[in-house]
Write a protein that binds this ligand. Structure first.
Ligand code: NAD
Length: 297
């Protein structure tokens, strides 16, 4: 029987832990605050930011939002970040990506105070993750790690294949899986757009993390029987629905669930975990900045 990994349920547990931490912080006189910054008129980015603000409200985190005009010079965004870096009521800062072409993404990420960098994309935080001394783990791979732990998926000694090598998902995911830790210790292969025989790599994988952004391109015939399949992909495909589209993962759920031992659905798998781990990082940031002991690793 294939087990369906319920990201909504695990994310609810994370949010409940976060809400407890918010109370502990409040008792110590700290109201955790997350600032989101949007320099885009893309409706999807607007939706993501408003969802993050709603999530904050639900667990008692103060949400602060700043819009930067999409045509403003890069300096305007940098000034906004500088101001938020200096604000005591802002413990976490998230600049919604992508930023417009005239703004250099790396400069944006470097500008954020690394102790407030709740996305975990500042080079200092990337370096710490690679060194096995993470301050903030990026939300999506951290969420995957939490799902694997919640479902007692043994990573130690397992053969894991990460499909995708982005800075946001694939690379940090692989780094977490190879760490010398109870939630790591996996023999990890990273596949990407130049991988010559993806099917051969997947055939031996005990754990597959799919993050390529290609709709349903991994099917059951490519998987090892009993594998744990974590589908990070969120792809819009045309469909006969009210909106005219539906969301599918990178994995063909129907055929994969006949072979896999455990599998995440899309939606309802990794997505809710990514959102929950942002809240987790925010309370962690507040606790560290104000030297309050909360029960988070
Ligand atoms: P990206 O476009 O930055 O990276 C995609 C990666 O896939 C690249 O590294 C590329 O080398 C690799 N790739 C492309 N074609 C391939 C192929 N044929 N075989 C193997 N690898 C191939 O994307 P991303 O930001 O890492 O996101 C990946 C997917 O995950 C997207 O669908 C995105 O929407 C989704 N996503 C979901 C969440 C979530 O919370 N569930 C969070 C972030 C991203």
């Amino acid at each position: 029987m294939t087990e369906v990994i319920d990201g909504e349920a695990v994310a609810a547990d994370v949010r409940s832990d976060v809400a407890d931490c918010v109370e502990t912080l409040a008792d110590a006189g700290v109201d955790p605050g997350l600032a989101t910054v949007l320099m885009s008129d893309d409706p999807a980015s607007e939706t993501y930011v408003s969802m993050k603000q709603r999530d904050c409200e639900e667990v008692g985190i103060e949400g602060i939002h700043v819009d930067v005009d999409v045509d403003a010079p890069a300096e305007t965004l940098f000034d906004t970040i500088d101001e938020l870096n200096g604000r005591e009521d802002v413990h976490g800062i998230l600049v919604q990506l992508p930023v417009p072409d005239h703004v250099d993404t790396r400069s944006v990420l470097r500008r954020i105070d690394p102790t407030k960098d709740v996305d975990g994309f500042h080079p200092e935080n990337v370096g710490r993750l690679v060194a096995g001394d993470a301050r903030f783990k990026p939300c999506t791979p951290h969420g995957v790690q939490q799902l694997l732990a919640a479902y007692d998926v043994e990573t130690e000694g397992a053969d894991a294949v990460v499909v995708g090598r982005s800075d946001i998902v694939g690379k940090p995911m692989a780094n977490l899986l190879i760490q010398k830790s109870p939630t790591g210790n996996a023999t990890t292969t990273v596949c990407h757009s130049r991988t010559t025989d993806l099917a051969a790599k997947l055939a031996d994988a005990d754990i597959v993390v799919a993050a390529a952004g290609i709709p349903e391109f991994i099917d059951g015939s490519m998987l090892k029987a009993g594998a744990t399949v974590i589908d990070v992909g969120i792809n819009r495909v045309e469909a006969d629905t009210e909106k005219g589209y539906e969301l599918v993962g990178d994995v063909d759920y129907e055929s994969a669930s006949e072979v896999a031992g455990a599998i995440t659905p899309v939606p309802g798998g990794v997505g809710p975990m990514t959102r929950a781990m942002l809240l987790y990082n925010t309370v962690k940031a507040a606790a560290h900045q104000r030297d309050v002991d909360v029960s988070l690793d």
